[in-house]
Write a protein that binds this ligand. Sequence first.
Ligand code: F6R
Length: 253
Amino acid sequence: MEFSTYSRKKISLLIVPGPHDVGSAAAEIIKNTLKKKSRCVLGFATGSTTVPLYRELVGLYKRGVISFRDCICFTLDEYRHLPPIHRRSLRHFMEKNLFSRVDIPRENIHYLNGAADDPERECRAYGEEIRRAGGIDVQILGIGFNGHIGYNEPGSSRLSRTRMVMLSEETRARLRPLFGQTGPPRYALTMGVATILSAKRILLLAAGRDKSRVIDKALREKPAGDLPASFLQTYPGPITVILDTQAARLLPH
Ligand code: F6R
């Protein structure tokens, strides 16, 4: 199904019954991409929405349907000051849910090091690594309740590149239960909006009733920095939005 957004860019919309189906539908697209081009550059988001996707990809790999042998992978973002081995780091999330369970060669796994001495240099180097890999073929995205993509929080520019950002109070409040006494991180390193929009294909995933408002606004309101996900409407390439029925409930059918 195609869906006209505020800026009239057509977006392919796939509505599936539940969160698990969001993961299976996204995995199916990645499977087909890998079948066509085994040397594929994949950009991965973290977060609860992506867990069923990674579970599904691991299943496909274990059944011998796909291989990540020739893939190059980039993780979208990382909390500042967390070493990669920290159990709440986004690198750790990717290791636990996907990288350690499939055959991606270690040297093909790229991630932002939140503990880097010089975060600016780290972000610049990451942009270079993406360019050297030939750009991202498929970028997986989730969406925050405040419309962030990656950690491009409200106020982010359409032109932003990979950089260090301050996390919004809303995002920090949602992270608080995960971080206990140390408190949630204040900063993160993230691919920028322009970096994300330079991927060759984007898959945006959302599930659950509490994502329905932000999805509706992101796809139907005029693109603006106070809702960075709305910039996806200006994306020139093919974009597929995969939603469960709850997340899609405010969209016109
Ligand atoms: C995580 C990321 C975030 C999440 C978003 C949704 O790498 O970049 O933008 O995709 O916060 O998270 P969940 O899926 O946990 O609701």
